[in-house]
Structure formats: C-alpha cells, structure tokens
Design a protein around this ligand. Structure first.
Ligand code: HEC
Ligand code: HEC
Length: 348
C-alpha cells in the first residue's frame, strides 16, 4: 500500500472507534511495514464494541425512495407511449435493437454483459448501467454528459454503435410512417400541430423511465422497520458507513448524486478519462458518476467498463482504490449482504 502514513493513522484510529477489528489487523500490519510502530492496539479497547447506527447517522447518509417522482395517473398516456418506445426496435436503423435490448426491464435494467452489442454487433467501450432509478441521478451516463433522462434518451437512438439512426429527422420520419404512432402521439400531445417531434419522443421515454423506481427492504428499514434487515445485513450497513463507502454512495439512490475520481487513494488503471472528456478540467481525469447501488447484486459485471466480474471483487477494489483499505472476507460478505437488501422487493 502506498497510502501516506498519516492517513493510516487517521483511518486506524477511526476503525478503533468503530470496532472493525478485521480491517484494523490489516491496518496494523500495514503500519508496521511503514515503520510507524503499531503499539496503540489495546489503549482504546474500551471504545471497541458494536454501536448500532443511530437514526441521525442513517438520516445523514440515506433517504428512502419516494413512492413516485411523476404523477403516474395524470400522465398515464404519456408513460404508456414512453414504454412502447422503450420497447420499440424500429427506433434502430435495422429494426433490431430497442432500449430494452441493453436495459432489460425483466433483468433489473441491464443486459448483464461487459459491454453491449449494438445494431451491427459492434460494442461500445462502456458497460450499460441500469435504467432502474436512473431518473433520480444528478445527471445521466457514467460521465454525466446528459442532464436528465429526457435529454439522455435520444443519445442511444443516434449513437452509431447503438441504435444507429443517422439523425433526428430520420427518427421522426420513420415513426411518422407508422399509423399507430401517428394516432398515439396525436392523442398524448393533444392540440400540437406536429406531435411526432424529437422533444416529444424524449419526453415520453423520460416519463416512462421516471416510473422505474424499485423500493427495497432497505427503504422499509429507513422508514422505521428495524426487522427489515437481518443481522448480517445490519453489520454490513454499519461496515459500509464506518469504512467510508457512504461518503460517496449515499442519498436516495445510495449513489448517483456526485462525481468522484476512480482511484481516489490508490490509482486505478483505465484508459477512460471519464468526465475530463466532457469538461476538459484536469481535476476531472478518471472522474465518473458514483453509481447507484440499488439492485447492485443483480447488475454485474461492474465498473464503467464492465471489467469487474463479481460484486465481491468490486467491493474489494473499491475499498482499496477509493479508501486505501484492505478488507477481508468477513467485511466483504457482510457488505455484500447489506447491498442485497437494496434489491427490488419481491425480486431478491
Ligand atoms: C446497445 C446498447 C444500448 C442501447 C440500445 C441503449 N443503451 Fe442506454 N446505455 C448504454 C450504455 C453503454 C450506457 C452508458 C454509456 C456511457 O455512460 O457513456 C447507457 C446509458 C444509459 C442511461 C444512463 C444511466 C445512468 O446511470 O447514467 C440511460 C438512462 C439509458 N442508457 C437509457 C436508454 C434508453 C432510453 C435507450 C433507448 C432509447 C437506451 N438507453 C438504449 C447502452 C445502451
Ligand atoms: C470516493 C468515492 C467512493 C467511495 C469512497 C466508494 N466508491 Fe464505490 N464507486 C465510486 C465510483 C466513482 C464508482 C464508479 C467506478 C467506475 O466508473 O468504474 C464506484 C463503483 C462502485 C461499484 C460498482 C457499481 C457498478 O454499477 O458497476 C460498487 C459495487 C461500489 N462502488 C461499492 C463501493 C463500496 C462497497 C465502497 C466501500 C468499500 C465504495 N464503493 C466506496 C466511488 C466511490
């Protein structure tokens, strides 16, 4: 480990207070190897022990999912049109690929592939993130280059390796040749002279995506049902907060609300410069949107390039690269158990 000794001291101290003896041992070993001497194990034995996470701490980091973010009754026709478009392969150049090909509604909004094949089988450089709960994020894509799900939605239709339509006019013309869409758009966008328009396609798909919320047992727990999580899940939650995962993965989506460097403490090898490509700011090199961890046990493979096959490895890599910490099997098992409580209820 190349972490600065003072960081180790701080982290070592905090892990005493938190009673995380497993990683403490690892940290002590690391301190010895840096010639810092380990001697303070024991001084603070009194502070050892398993404190329950109190309500204020939980509230500081997490928020339960809202029951809705769009009026689903009032917008029912718009949402139904959006769903139809989401499932529509005719939005692709050769009628083969829909949004649902890469973001499957029956598979937690992902295709479970490292990277996704588009209309001609070519793959892009990034892993398909889930569309579930994505509308809650600060911005869309791994690098945040679209501001919301509406703005995002035409990107893949026009992306040459995804759905491959040449331009917006071609998309509009194609839909205008389908009777059903002429009447559906006319119904939904009543009073508009020319309702089949890029902005209306985006509005409909975005509206549908705003319904893709997946309440979990963790939400029940945050809403006061202490029995919603089992012991291992509660331990995992505590470890997740204690070690610092929740500094980045927090809020209503347990992520999705900030951008951070991949390899913040220990450099991470990747050719992808992330947000730097969008902003041109030096500090944005290898900066990505912190992903939401809702449904994370179901949405592998992991990371922006899909290069991490298992959740166990993702947890271990995160601890190392984002926090400079080495974690063992007990930590990984508990944190994985906690993350399982973020899966859509009834689909666990
Ligand atoms: C060929 C596969 C493919 C198709 C088809 C596709 N996407 Fe994606 N989608 C991706 C990939 C890959 C990314 C990440 C790209 C990036 O971040 O640069 C992504 C990102 C997204 C995101 C951002 C989620 C987040 O967490 O940032 C949303 C929302 C989304 N797609 C919705 C859609 C919609 C709606 C459609 C149909 C109009 C669609 N996608 C079609 C592969 C696909
Ligand atoms: C400093 C901020 C930060 C901290 C701390 C952090 N993460 Fe992350 N996490 C990220 C970022 C950024 C990514 C996206 C990585 C990428 O683009 O490849 C990520 C990705 C992940 C993923 C993969 C998500 C996916 O959809 O592919 C998991 C799982 C994860 N983190 C879990 C954790 C756990 C567990 C901890 C604590 C041990 C943790 N993270 C600590 C910022 C952080």
């Amino acid at each position: 480990m190349k972490v600065l000794p003072f960081l180790l001291l701080i982290l070592g101290f905090s892990s005493y207070v938190q009673g995380d003896s497993e990683s403490q041992q690892k940290l002590n070993d690391a301190e010895h190897s840096h010639g810092m001497g380990g001697g303070h194990h024991g001084h603070m034995g009194g502070m050892h022990g398993h404190h329950k996470l109190d309500k204020v701490t939980l509230k500081q980091f997490f928020e339960p999912l809202p029951s809705f973010i769009i009026d689903e009754k009032k917008n029912a026709p718009l949402i139904a049109l959006g769903k139809k478009l989401y499932l529509e392969p005719r939005l692709s150049i050769n009628d083969t690929i829909s949004c649902n090909s890469c973001h499957r509604l029956d598979n937690f909004g992902v295709d479970s592939q490292m990277t996704s094949p588009g209309h001609d089988g070519k793959r892009g450089g990034r892993n398909s993130p889930t569309t579930m709960n994505a509308a809650l994020h600060i911005a869309q894509f791994w690098d945040g280059r679209a501001k919301d799900v509406e703005e995002q939605s035409l990107g893949p239709v026009l992306n040459p390796v995804e759905m491959g339509m040449p331009n917006e006019a071609a998309v509009v013309n194609k839909l205008k040749k389908i009777d059903e869409y002429n009447s559906l758009f006319a119904e939904v966008f009543k009073g508009e002279k020319d309702p089949i328009q890029p902005k209306n396609i985006a509005k409909a798909i975005g509206a549908f995506e705003r319904t893709l919320l997946t309440p979990s047992r963790f939400d029940d727990f945050l809403n006061g049902d202490e029995n919603a999580l089992n012991e291992s899940e509660k331990r995992g939650l505590q470890k997740f907060v204690n070690i610092g995962c929740a500094m980045c993965h927090n809020g209503v989506a347990v992520g999705g609300n900030m951008f951070k460097k991949l390899g913040l403490v220990e450099p991470y090898k990747t050719a992808d410069e992330g947000r730097f490509v969008i902003t041109g700011l030096e500090i944005d090199k290898k900066v990505f949107k912190v992903p939401s961890l809702r449904n994370i046990t179901k949405t592998g493979p992991y990371f922006h390039d899909g290069s991490v096959a298992t959740l166990e490895d993702a947890i271990e890599e995160m601890a190392e690269h984002q926090l400079g910490r080495e974690v063992g099997p007990a930590f990984i098992a508990d944190v994985k158990a906690f993350l399982g409580s973020l899966t859509s209820k009834g689909k666990e």
